[in-house]
Design a protein around this ligand. Structure first.
Ligand code: MTE
Ligand code: CO
Length: 390
C-alpha cells in the first residue's frame, strides 16, 4: 500500500531542505505537530484563573513519567516567580537550633532520587454525583508523576534538632497565598523530601521553583510549593486547608479529617472521550494508569463489557512505590459498543471500589478522595463518553 501512498511516494519539503542548526532551540520544545498536547483548565470550575487548576493531558502520554511542561498546576494565589538568591528555608519552633538555609546551604546536604505521583485530593471530585466531564484529562488529570531530586526532610530536621515534644510540622509556602499544612512528624521523618529538581531539571515555576515539599502518597495539597518555613510544634495547627478544605463531609453531617493517604485508583487513558477509536474493528491497544498512596500496583483488571468479564491487564514499566503504573490490554475490537473499566489492586491487598460502593460509605457531599471505578462507553463509531453504570 505504501507505494501508492503520496505521503510516502512524493518528496516532502524536509527531504529537500537542510534542517535547523544545532542551538536553534537551546532549551528544546516539542515538535510543532504536537501543539495540541496541552494542559487545559475548565473555566466554570473556579471563579478566576489565578486561584485555579488545570489538568494533565493523560490521554496524550505514555509510560509513567509526566513531562515537566505538562504537569497539572494548582495555585491558590498564582504561580510565584521566586528569585533563588533571595529564597530562604527556615526551621523554627520546638527545635534545639532555629536555622535559616540559603539554596547554596541546601545543596551541600546528601540528596536522593525518587519517582512519586502527586494527586490533588480534588481529582475526580466533580464526579461524586454522576458522570460529568468528558475526558480523562478532566476526570483524572489532577495528577503528575515525576522523578524528584531532594534532601530527605529528616536530615534537615536532625540538623535543627527536633525536641521530644515536637510531634507535628507546619509547612509554609512563599507565594501570596501563605499556604500552610500540618504534617505528622512520623511522616516527615519517614519519606518526605525537600526537592529542588524534577525529572533532572530545576523545578518549574508552576511546581514551586526553587523548592517544594514532597509528601509521597499523600494528598497534593500537603506538597507545599515555594517552601520557605517548617515549624515544629506539639499539635496540628488546624489551618484553613485542613479544616474547611480537604475534609470529607459525610451524609450524616460529620466530616472525615486528616485523610492524607491517596487510595488506590486507576483510569483507562486510551480509548477515552478525547482519544476515540478511529481505526475501526480489529487490533486495538487499550492503555491506562494505576496508582496507590500505600505502595505499588501488582495488578490491574480491565473489562470491555461493564464488568461482566474481567481480564488481567499487562503491566509495563517500573513498579515503584507511590508512583504511577502503566497497564495495557490488547484486544480485537469487533466493532460493537464497549463499556470500559479498569480496577486497581494495590500491594496492601486493597481493591479499587465502584462509585456506588464508595457512595454507600461516603455519601455524595464530598469533593475530595473520589477513587471510584471510571466507565467509558465506546460507540460503534469509536467515540467514547463518560458514563456510569450500576
Ligand atoms: N503550595 C503553595 N505554596 N501554594 C499552593 O497554592 N497548592 C497545593 C500544593 N501546594 C499550593 C501548594 C495543591 S492544592 C496541590 S494539588 C499541589 O500543590 C499542586 O501541585 P502542582 O501545581 O505541582 O500540580
Ligand atoms: Co490540590
Amino acid at each position: 500500500r505504501a507505494s501508492g501512498d503520496p505521503a510516502f511516494a512524493e518528496l516532502q519539503p524536509w527531504m529537500q531542505e537542510l534542517g535547523d542548526p544545532v542551538d536553534a532551540a537551546p532549551y528544546g520544545m516539542p515538535s510543532e505537530f504536537e501543539a495540541h498536547v496541552q494542559r487545559k483548565t475548565v473555566y466554570w470550575l473556579t471563579a478566576d484563573p489565578i486561584s485555579s487548576i488545570n489538568f494533565t493531558p493523560l490521554h496524550e502520554l505514555d509510560g509513567i513519567i509526566t513531562p515537566n511542561g505538562l504537569c497539572f498546576e494548582r495555585h491558590h494565589a498564582g504561580a510565584a516567580h521566586v528569585d533563588p538568591a533571595l529564597h530562604r528555608l527556615m526551621i523554627n519552633g520546638l527545635v534545639d537550633r532555629e536555622l535559616v538555609f540559603t539554596m547554596e546551604d541546601l545543596l551541600r546536604f546528601p540528596r536522593e532520587n525518587h519517582v512519586y505521583f502527586l494527586e490533588c485530593a480534588a481529582n475526580s471530585g466533580m464526579e461524586w454525583r454522576g458522570a460529568q466531564l468528558n475526558g480523562c484529562q478532566f476526570t483524572h488529570g489532577m495528577i503528575h508523576n515525576v522523578m524528584y531530586t531532594g534532601i530527605p526532610l529528616r536530615l534537615l530536621l536532625a540538623e535543627a534538632g527536633v525536641q521530644t515534644a515536637g510531634k507535628w510540622l507546619l509547612a509554609e509556602g512563599a507565594d501570596a497565598s501563605g499556604m500552610t499544612r500540618s504534617i505528622p512528624m512520623e511522616k516527615a521523618l519517614d519519606d518526605c523530601l525537600v526537592a529542588f529538581k524534577m525529572n533532572g531539571e530545576a523545578l518549574r515555576v508552576e511546581q514551586g521553583y526553587p523548592l517544594r515539599l514532597v509528601v509521597p502518597g499523600w494528598e497534593g495539597n500537603m506538597w507545599v510549593k515555594w517552601l520557605r518555613r517548617l515549624e515544629v510544634g506539639d499539635q496540628p495547627w488546624h489551618h484553613r486547608e485542613e479544616t474547611s478544605k480537604y475534609t470529607d463531609l459525610l451524609a450524616d453531617g460529620s466530616a472525615r479529617r486528616f485523610t492524607w493517604e491517596m487510595d488506590a485508583k486507576s483510569v483507562i487513558t486510551n480509548p477515552s472521550p478525547q482519544a476515540p477509536l478511529t481505526h475501526g474493528p480489529g487490533p486495538t491497544v487499550l492503555t491506562g494508569l494505576a496508582w496507590s498512596g500505600r505502595g505499588t500496583i501488582p495488578r490491574v483488571d480491565v473489562t470491555l463489557d461493564g464488568g461482566k468479564n474481567w481480564h488481567k491487564a499487562r503491566m509495563s514499566g517500573p513498579s515503584l512505590t507511590k508512583s504511577l503504573h502503566r497497564f495495557y490490554f490488547e484486544f480485537d475490537w469487533n466493532g460493537q459498543p464497549l463499556l470500559l473499566q479498569s480496577r486497581a489492586h494495590d500491594s496492601t491487598g486493597y481493591v479499587q471500589p465502584t462509585k456506588d460502593q464508595l457512595r454507600a460509605v461516603r455519601g455524595t457531599n464530598s469533593i475530595y478522595h473520589n477513587n471510584g471505578i471510571q466507565t467509558w462507553h465506546v460507540s460503534k463509531t469509536g467515540e467514547a463518553e463518560n458514563v456510569e453504570i450500576s
